[in-house]
Design a protein around this ligand. Structure first.
Ligand SMILES: Nc1nc2c(ncn2[C@@H]2O[C@H](COP(=O)(O)OP(=O)(O)OP(=O)(O)O)[C@@H](O)[C@H]2O)c(=O)[nH]1
Length: 430
């Protein structure tokens, strides 16, 4: 906390930056003035070089004509002092050489002119004039106030540069790192400390920004966690619902299969029902026709079931039907055989490949087995035990029927005959 109090504020840094900006402006202005001064000085030198022949040619000619070397020297010095002349040299006609010069290593623009008496075309000598160069070094050498000002300005600039470095170190660096951190900010990630906040020397305002940012980040994170928890709960709910749906689909599939089985099977005995039997009869009849094969069809009917029900009850009648269905299924269990309950106490056996004689043998055996079970009837007018009557018809190339219905009708008629002949017997179709 103490570090926050001692940290320089953004306001003070802003002021400092403004001062620095002012200094830069002063520097720019001074440079511009210096450039103007140099330009004016160049113009002045050019003017001087043009004016010197007008001012000095005649006095120098007189001094040479009158042989007054002191006067000549005085004139040359006057040229040095009053004008921007660096060096002047006079070569008299008599070979005398006089010169004057000021301090300075560089030469500026130069000119020369002849020394003549007014009205005379005769030259008494030649004057070579070299002006001082017009650059900032000679300007500073001559203008000590400006030189001191520029030195101070240079010092101030160095201080300003140092201040700028300090500003960068104390503020801009933190701002840059803060920007980088904020650009990397990912709300889906757990909150992390900003890399620049570990510096206790960060400006007070930035530390406040950091606290505010941390607050925002923690709020976002808390909200994110709430959302994630909500999403997880939703996902769990979706998974639960999907599981339930899957279970319901499986149950539905099972029910469908069950319904499919039920739709083609008899609910009491589990044998094929009438619809399934009719399909099989059509199919096998066509096959027998096509392949000139044999097909036996038997219709079986328990005798006096009505009376049995009346004596033993309907449930006992059901049990009797189931017991007969079981025997039927046990005796005819080849892949191609089909046994079915056609309705009530009537059953059927469809036996592809069997002719009448071979089927008759099997069915007689079955009838005898059923009788041999000796299930007491209790109400049959003829028998003490439950019996079964059978009508049998068979398709073969030698005895072809025109249709499955015709074959079925023949078996039904044979059953009718068996019933009327006294029951507990098998009758063959005519
Ligand atoms: N217990 C039981 N009885 C049934 C079922 N289906 C039909 N029956 C009974 O079977 C009897 C058939 O009677 P009928 O057609 O007169 O024939 P029957 O008494 O067996 O005499 P015959 O067939 O001439 O020997 C009826 O009393 C029906 O109620 C069943 O699923 N369960």
């Amino acid at each position: 906390m103490s570090s926050q109090i001692s940290a320089p504020s953004l306001k003070s840094r802003t002021l400092f930056s403004l001062v620095l900006l002012g200094l830069v402006l002063v520097l720019g202005s001074s440079a511009w003035q210096l450039q103007q001064e140099l330009r004016q000085r160049s113009e002045r030198i050019a003017d001087d070089l043009r004016a010197l022949p007008l001012l000095y040619a005649e006095p120098l000619a007189l001094s040479l004509a009158e042989s007054r070397p002191e006067r000549t020297r005085q004139l040359l010095n006057s040229m040095l002092e009053r004008h921007s002349v660096q060096r002047v040299e006079l070569l008299a006609r008599n070979g005398q050489r006089l010169s004057a010069r000021q301090e300075g290593e560089e030469d500026g623009p130069s000119s020369h002119f002849s020394v003549q008496l007014p009205g005379s075309a005769e030259s008494l000598g030649e004057v070579q004039v070299v002006a001082a160069p017009s650059n900032w070094r000679t300007l500073l050498a001559q203008d000590h106030v400006l030189e001191a000002a520029l030195q101070h300005l240079g010092l101030v600039l160095m201080l300003a540069f140092a201040a700028a470095l300090l500003l960068d170190r104390l503020l801009l660096r933190h701002l840059r790192r803060m920007t980088e951190d904020l650009e990397r900010f990912d709300p889906s990630q757990p909150p992390s400390q900003l890399s620049w906040t570990d510096s206790d020397r960060a400006p007070l305002e930035l530390q406040q920004v950091n606290r505010a940012f941390n607050h925002v980040q923690q709020s976002v994170d808390a909200q994110l966690q709430r959302e994630q928890a909500r999403v997880a709960a939703l996902n769990a709910e979706v998974a639960r619902q999907s599981e339930q749906l899957r279970a319901a689909e499986l149950a539905l599939e099972a029910k469908k299969r069950e319904l499919a089985v039920l739709s083609r099977h008899d609910g009491l005995t589990g044998l094929a029902n009438r619809r399934e039997f009719d399909d099989a009869l059509r199919r096998e009849f066509k096959r027998a026709q096509r392949q000139h094969a044999r097909l036996a069809l038997a219709v079986l009917d328990l005798d006096h079931l009505k009376a049995y029900n009346e004596v033993h009850g309907h449930a006992a009648g059901d049990a009797l039907l189931k017991r007969f269905a079981q025997l039927l299924a046990e005796r005819f269990k080849r892949d191609t055989d089909m046994v079915a309950r056609l309705g009530g106490e009537e059953f059927a056996a469809l036996l592809p490949g069997f002719d009448q004689a071979s089927a008759q043998g099997l069915l007689e055996t079955l009838r005898e087995e059923w009788r041999a079970l000796a299930l007491p009837h209790g109400a049959s007018p003829v028998d003490q035990v439950v019996t079964v009557s059978i009508g049998l018809a068979a398709y073969s190339p030698h005895q072809p029927y025109l249709s499955p219905q015709a074959l079925m009708q023949a078996a039904d008629e044979a059953l009718y005959i068996a019933k009327h002949a006294g029951r507990d017997r098998l009758s063959l179709a005519a």
